[in-house]
Design a binder for this molecule. Structure first.
Ligand code: S3P
Length: 440
């Protein structure tokens, strides 16, 4: 795909439902007894893979209209042996959270995924889940494919997270639901808390205490989950692309409606405001137990900033597009605490640095840091390798809207994992995006 210099983006749009909340709504709905109705579910490939997995484990799942899904759950501990392997496609969240679900259910299941997912570390979840009694085997080290044998008699654990990861935290909390007694997870830095919010809403016995900058979360097993309606707000990690696009293209003003503003997810918005971004948060309200608002975004002259390491968990998926905003700012932007970017859908630190360099931007990439020299209007003209990573593809297409020469990405197909309507939504706002053969 190719993106060409654009100006005057305008319109009011709603990006698709939050990916993290969508996965959890299907999984927690599958554990409740009775029917959960979900509105605004993200219908991207990652979430559809989770829906298939829940159906393969015995839940009844039905789509009745755009974004409207009904999950008839089997109850905690009620999953049945799946007939074949569970394929999570590109999705680390789907795979890791579901490992937690199966770990304390007395069934065996093979977990697999695409080439990108098969390179991603799973020991971070299998280690605590083994302590709870699950067994894992495979021929690819700690990577997928893995055969999981759930514990017959699970044991509760107290676990301190060695990496700030909502996926690891959530896998343990989900495993704890079918475990007797009290399981405790301590996270040194607060990570996204959608699992905790949703489990509470469904009636789980869950307590959260603030501890330093982090949290201690305790779950007591065997509570019955009661179905709840779930309304999924717009995904801030998807909104990030039109948001940065509007800031860095001249003469733009757009409104992004109903965006999730959970404090554990709003690091990018706060950082862009610090950079001088004209972002107004209107109509702040609560929706389905989460804070949401409309973002009014206008073209802005951005300045480079230092982004502290503590902020990383609240914007971990947004660094590729932040680096693009930094390239279009005046001055240097320094980002720290980025080690986790190396184990996402691709090595995002390396992919971002290579993509920016290919487009004439000066970048310094450390083991866990990135420094981008802002250029106002970067030269562009490069071809970016996306490495099966949707966010690398979308971030560099956004760069192409503000660069002097067009920016090409080698593969746009992975965008469908999280934001299938990306191209239509962006072109609807006035962005010049298309296939390389399309007329300029
Ligand atoms: C997610 C947690 C984050 C994030 C991912 C979604 C989640 O991963 O990068 O896109 O829904 O829990 P980590 O837990 O590995 O940081």
């Amino acid at each position: 795909m190719v993106a060409r210099a654009s100006r005057g983006l305008s319109g009011r749009v709603r990006v698709p439902g939050d990916k993290s909340i969508s996965h959890r709504a299907l999984m927690i709905g599958a554990l409740a007894v009775g029917e959960t109705r979900i509105a605004g579910l993200l219908e991207g490939e990652d979430v559809l893979a989770t829906a298939h997995a829940m159906a393969a484990l015995g839940a009844h799942i039905e789509r009745t209209a755009d974004g409207i899904w009904h999950v008839d759950g089997v109850g905690v501990g009620g999953f049945s042996q799946p007939a074949g392997p569970l394929d999570f496609g590109n999705s680390g969240t789907g795979a890791r959270l579901c490992l937690g679900l199966v770990a304390t259910t007395p069934i065996a299941a093979t977990f697999t995924g695409d080439a990108s997912l098969q390179t991603r570390p799973m020991a971070r979840v299998t280690a605590p889940l083994e302590q709870m009694g699950a067994r894992f085997s495979g021929t690819n080290g700690d990577r997928l494919p893995l055969l999981v044998t759930g514990a017959r008699a699970a044991v509760p654990i107290a676990y301190e997270l060695p990496v700030a990861s909502a996926q690891v935290k959530s896998a343990i909390l989900l495993a704890a639901l079918n475990t007797p007694g009290r399981t405790t997870v301590v996270e040194p830095v607060a990570t996204r808390d959608h699992t905790e919010r949703m489990l509470k809403a469904f009636g789980a016995a869950l307590e959260v205490a603030e501890e330093g900058g982090g949290r201690r979360i305790a779950v007591t097993g065997f509570a019955e989950l009661k179905p709840q309606p779930v309304t999924v707000p717009a995904d801030p990690s998807s909104a990030a692309f039109p948001l940065v696009a509007a800031l860095i293209t001249e003469g733009s003003e757009i409104v992004l409606e109903n965006v999730l503003l959970n404090p554990t997810r709003r690091g990018l918005v706060d950082t862009l405001i610090e950079m001088g971004g004209d972002i107004e948060i209107a109509n702040e309200r609560q929706s389905g137990g989460e804070p949401v608002g409309d973002l009014v975004v206008r073209s802005s002259r951005l300045r480079g900033v230092r982004v502290p390491a503590e902020r990383a968990p609240s914007m971990i998926d947004e660094y590729p597009v932040l680096a693009v905003a930094a390239a279009c700012a005046e001055g240097r932007t320094e980002m720290a605490g980025l080690a986790e970017l190396r184990v996402k859908e691709s090595d995002r630190l390396a992919a971002v640095a290579a993509g920016l360099r290919a487009n004439g931007v000066t970048v310094e990439a450390g083991e866990d840091s990135l420094v981008v020299e802002g250029m106002g209007t970067p030269p562009g003209g490069g071809v970016v390798e996306t490495h099966m990573d949707h966010r690398i593809a979308m971030a560099f297409l956004v760069l192409g809207l503000a660069a002097r020469a067009p920016v090409t990405v080698d593969d746009g197909t992975m965008i469908a994992t999280s934001f299938p309507a990306f191209t239509d939504l962006m072109t609807g706002l006035g962005a010049r995006l298309g296939e390389p053969r399309d007329a300029a």
